[in-house]
Design a protein around this ligand. Sequence first.
Ligand SMILES: NC(=O)c1ccc[n+]([C@@H]2O[C@H](COP(=O)([O-])OP(=O)(O)OC[C@H]3O[C@@H](n4cnc5c(N)ncnc54)[C@H](O)[C@@H]3O)[C@@H](O)[C@H]2O)c1
Length: 474
Amino acid sequence: MKNLLSGSSPLAPLTRRDFLKAAGAAAILPAGAWGAGRPSASNRITLGVIGWGMMGPANTKAFLAEDDCQIVAACDLHTGHLQAAVDTINTRYGNQDCKAYRDYRELLARDDIDAIMIAVPDHWHALVATEAARRKKDIYGEKPLARTVHEQQAIVKAVQQNGIIWQAGSWQRSLPSFHKAAEIVRNGLIGNVVRVEVGLPGGHHDFPGTVPALLAKLSSLPDKITSPAQIVPGTPAWDLAVTEPPPELDFDRWLGPSKSEPYIEARVYQNWRWNYNTGGGQLLDWIGHHGDIAHWGLGFDQTGPSEIEGHGEFPAANAVWNTATTYMVECKYRKEVTHYPVDVGITIAGGHPAIMMGTKWIGTDGWVWVDRGGFDASNPAWIKGDSLPDDLRKVKLYESVEHRRNFLDSVKSRKPTIAPVETAHHSTLPGHLGLISMLVGRKLQWDVAQEKILNDSAASELLSRPYRAPWQLS
Ligand SMILES: NC(=O)c1ccc[n+]([C@@H]2O[C@H](COP(=O)([O-])OP(=O)(O)OC[C@H]3O[C@@H](n4cnc5c(N)ncnc54)[C@H](O)[C@@H]3O)[C@@H](O)[C@H]2O)c1
């Protein structure tokens, strides 16, 4: 790393990170040009952002609002997205300093970058994150941690070995309503939790709104097509759906380690979620939110289910959209493993109206439910206000006012974030294992400590996926 404070120490050179670590949150030095109180340029955390689709800009906006960091580099494979990233960042700072990269490895090779934000599709998480960890960058990484269990394990190992800070994009932890709900559970106010319902969306959602144009193109065909989930190879609809990639996108690079597939617009931007080659459907898209909160309330950030049984309905495996449209996963957390007083059953469901969207813990003495737009509980006294009355808060959970701010604070203090990598890994595991159970059609036994599926070689094989050359996860 570049010696940003060279000359300040006659001994070993002091890096920016060493300096921030030593100085902690008090590293606020005289104002730069931007405003009173802003740390001088040499003492801001330097950031690179990778991925400028839906979530990249949202995260970046939050970092741009923080005085003590400076975004100095942006990366995307799509030239239009990359230009939008650089323009947004340079406009905010009123300069031309943000550099553009199409290859994340070049951005990560820069010694003067302290931390990065990763918001690329799930099939790219592991390669980018492990390389960044190897380069000792602190990482704000989007959920789910990765596309497979094996990739997640590789990320956890790389983060631990390199001693870097990780913040998962499970930002619900930084909202008061989720914090309050988790504290109600953790303080035993609903007694021993026996069951948790985690309600997620079902079906598919056309995020970028590209599907109507595709369906219009197919409207003259004799077979009525109403969704990309009905389009399979060898049909006229497929032949019409496949096109050349746009010139501004390096599509082969976009596919990266995933198996080679023809370009179909309806499964690239944002809609890559609905194709198991690149994403994990609604289950994996949401498990890092409501599943994460379920674990938080129970204190299960370092543990997992011993039995997992999933059932789902799927389109054809080779359809343009092939991820489950409805699913139900039953997870059993054994008390001998979790050290919770009783066994806990967590039901994770999508497309089942009986299970409300959000997280609901049901205990021997009451219940509490939370979602982005709602909060309810068996005791009306808990519903009002942003937090519980202090006398009920014997156990106080980690507090973060803003998720990106919390990451920057941890980069300085070197203390864990509110959603560190081990937490992100465990929050996502029930989703991965539920999907594997659905795909093999049977209940799985999971060894929580060894992180292995027991006595099922076919299911175990699905913990990882082959990588397309030349990509390799080391
Ligand atoms: N925390 C949240 O609430 C939340 C919300 C939405 C998305 N996400 C997560 O954010 C990530 C991105 O999702 P999205 O909806 O923004 O996807 P997106 O398709 O809209 O954007 C991804 C961007 O990454 C770029 N990209 C792809 N591969 C790349 C590579 N190898 N190097 C550089 N750029 C690359 C694409 O060109 C695209 O611009 C996913 O992991 C997703 O699960 C999180």
